[in-house]
Design a protein around this ligand. Structure first.
Ligand SMILES: C=C(O[C@@H]1C=C(C(=O)O)C=C[C@H]1O)C(=O)O
Length: 283
């Protein structure tokens, strides 16, 4: 069979130019729709930033992705598209912890999620980051996921004002498949969380965070057993002992105030800190 002549470089490039025009036309149409949304009060003054909706969009696209386009590329493109529509809707900026001029892994994660053009303000401590949300200087904060044995100043989740602030997203959205720890019983927290004054929306596949102050008789094993009995088996559980004992548990699903399972728990100062879309696997 004779070889088919390969299309020449010039005609392939012409085809790429045609595709770029079509993509650009669609992006302009998308931006016009967002402008219409912002101008016509379709959102009825509601918050412009809807992390649940963003997660649903990304999941749908990852689900239909085929061929040579890599999953991280799909997420990269759409995170920038979504960031550009947040910028269009006005005054969207992000705060995170870090030193000016140092591109830390946390700042990189925040930029990757919220887009390279979104203003990112760095503050030296988690307290200052949360304060910038309270003052309205930033629309969303990105802070490192809590870790066992972290310094008290780093444990921002213990001082986060709930229900005025909510954890609304886990970063990164596209994550390597989790390696199970502790013989497969407990999973690791994500790398970082996004916190904002708006309440999270359920996406169909979510995880929630519960914070409470365990009593002296509440050993780690006892807490796990009480959560399991209530039907709230945690994916992971963190404890901090001083100055006040506090615990944080990640629960499968979208927990809402008034969930009857919460009523069965004997922990003082029990609060839902937020909920977020379950991350999608990289491959
Ligand atoms: C456009 C909206 O606002 C924001 C931008 C989105 C987008 O560009 O698709 C999605 C969710 C919101 O964070 C919306 O709420 O639909």
């Amino acid at each position: 069979m004779p070889d088919l002549a390969p299309p020449d470089l010039a005609s392939l490039r012409t085809e790429i130019d045609r595709i770029d025009d079509a993509l650009h036309d669609l992006l302009m149409r998308r931006a016009d729709l967002v402008a219409h949304m912002a101008a016509s009060r379709v959102k009825q003054g509601g918050p412009t930033f809807r992390p649940g909706r963003e997660a649903v969009i990304l999941r749908r696209l990852l689900e239909r992705n085929r061929g040579a386009l890599a999953r991280p590329a799909v997420v990269r493109f759409w995170r920038e598209i979504i960031a550009s529509s947040l910028a269009q809707q006005g005054g969207f900026s992000v705060a995170t912890q870090g030193e000016a001029g140092v591109e830390s892994p946390l700042a990189r994660l925040a930029r990757a999620h919220f887009g390279l053009l979104t203003p990112l303000r760095l503050h030296p401590t988690p307290t200052r980051v949360l304060a910038s949300l309270a003052s309205g200087e930033a629309a969303v904060a990105v802070l490192p996921a809590p870790q066992e044995g972290e310094r008290p100043e780093a444990a921002w989740w213990t001082q986060m004002e709930s229900p005025r602030l909510h954890i609304v997203a886990a970063l990164p959205f596209l994550a390597p498949l989790e390696a199970a720890r502790d013989g497969g019983r407990e999973k690791a927290p994500p790398q970082a969380f996004a916190i904002s004054p708006l309440a999270p929306d359920a996406t169909g596949r979510d995880r929630s965070l519960l914070r409470f102050e365990p009593l002296p008789e509440h050993s780690r094993a006892r807490i796990l057993s009480l959560l399991n009995t209530a039907g709230l088996a945690p994916r992971w559980l963190l404890r901090r002992e001083s100055p006040t004992p506090m615990a944080l548990a990640e629960i499968e699903g979208f927990l809402a105030e008034g969930d009857p399972r919460l009523g069965a728990l004997p922990f003082p100062r029990l609060q839902i800190l937020g909920a977020y879309a379950e991350p999608e696997p990289e491959e």
